[in-house]
Design a protein around this ligand. Structure first.
Ligand code: HEC
Ligand code: HEC
Length: 248
């Protein structure tokens, strides 16, 4: 087997410090947040001892530990870059190299593979369904099960590669500053600042983008104030990256 080391050698912690820390004053962010949200609410969620700079995001490899997490939810942060390797080998000939549903075999299939680059279609799809469909197959179609071919982590890696097709490649650079300014004062850059709502809660995999958007609009109208539809959807996509490392 020529397969390169199954997981990248350096492991989870090599992401720490990968980005330079940003020159944002926590105090300024805090004051801004207070003025947006009103002090009592902020104080309720923000009892953190912050260092003078906003830390670079360092989502950890092991997801937040949450009681009753079923085997069908991810236990570690998935790696869509690893998933891309499995995709090329096992999936692209039907689904297409980029997931558009146009692989060389697609025209011969009935039903045909869906177009995973279609943002409107993908808004309703849950990562947990993408994992399950890959793990067990889709009855009545050529989509076979891969649980004998790929281990559990590889299933999540490739499922997130497929699921993240509509996610913009420049998401981290475009949207991280928005998160730092509007969300990190409570949630922290690592997503764990609000301890009873960690952003890397594996149960997030059971939500679609549309479902998370509905939740955010409902619980955080102030933090989202003045953001247009696209800006809110980008934040939704960014929150999901607490569950997986996007493909390069
Ligand atoms: C032989 C062709 C073929 C191969 C190989 C294949 N798929 Fe599929 N896949 C399909 C078809 C066709 C469907 C649509 C099934 C349906 O709509 O009933 C599908 C459906 C899916 C779905 C469900 C999508 C949805 O919108 O409901 C996922 C997720 C998926 N495939 C992922 C993968 C992954 C990941 C791989 C590789 C590990 C893979 N597929 C390999 C043909 C294939
Ligand atoms: C003032 C502090 C505060 C700010 C600012 C804040 N949040 Fe929250 N967030 C919370 C608290 C507290 C909860 C848990 C309680 C709740 O659900 O209302 C939460 C819950 C969440 C959840 C979990 C929802 C669920 O049901 O699983 C997500 C996702 C989230 N926030 C994302 C964001 C994003 C994105 C931003 C920035 C736009 C943001 N938050 C800004 C305090 C904050």
């Amino acid at each position: 087997m020529i397969q390169r080391g199954a997981r990248r050698a350096a492991g989870p912690l090599d992401r720490c410090g990968a980005k330079s820390s940003q020159d944002v004053s926590v105090l300024a962010v805090y004051m801004l947040t207070v003025s947006m949200l009103g002090a009592p609410l902020v104080l309720a969620g923000c009892a953190r001892d912050e260092s003078p700079e906003v830390a670079a995001p360092t989502p950890r490899a092991a997801l937040a530990s949450v009681a009753n997490v079923s085997a069908e939810l991810p236990r570690r942060r998935a790696d869509a870059g690893e998933g891309a390797r499995h995709w090329e080998r096992h999936c692209a000939h039907c689904h297409g190299a980029t997931g558009a549903g146009n692989g060389p075999l697609a025209a011969t299939l009935d039903p045909r593979p869906p177009n995973f680059e279609d943002a409107a279609y993908m808004a309703g799809q849950r990562p947990s369904w993408f994992h399950r469909a890959t793990q067990r197959g889709v009855i009545g179609s050529s989509m076979k099960r891969f649980d004998a071919t790929l281990d559990e982590q590889a299933l999540w890696d490739v499922a997130f590669f497929a699921w993240s097709r509509p996610t913009s490649a420049g998401l981290e650079s475009s949207t991280r500053p928005v998160f730092e300014a509007r969300c990190a004062s409570c949630h922290g850059s690592d997503g764990r600042g609000v301890t009873d709502a960690p952003l890397d809660d594996p149960r997030l995999a059971n939500r679609s983008r549309a479902e998370l958007r509905t939740v955010l609009d409902a619980i955080h109208p102030d933090a989202l104030r003045d953001l247009d539809d696209a800006g809110r959807n980008d934040l939704v996509d960014l929150v999901f990256t607490y569950l997986y490392e996007p493909a390069p």
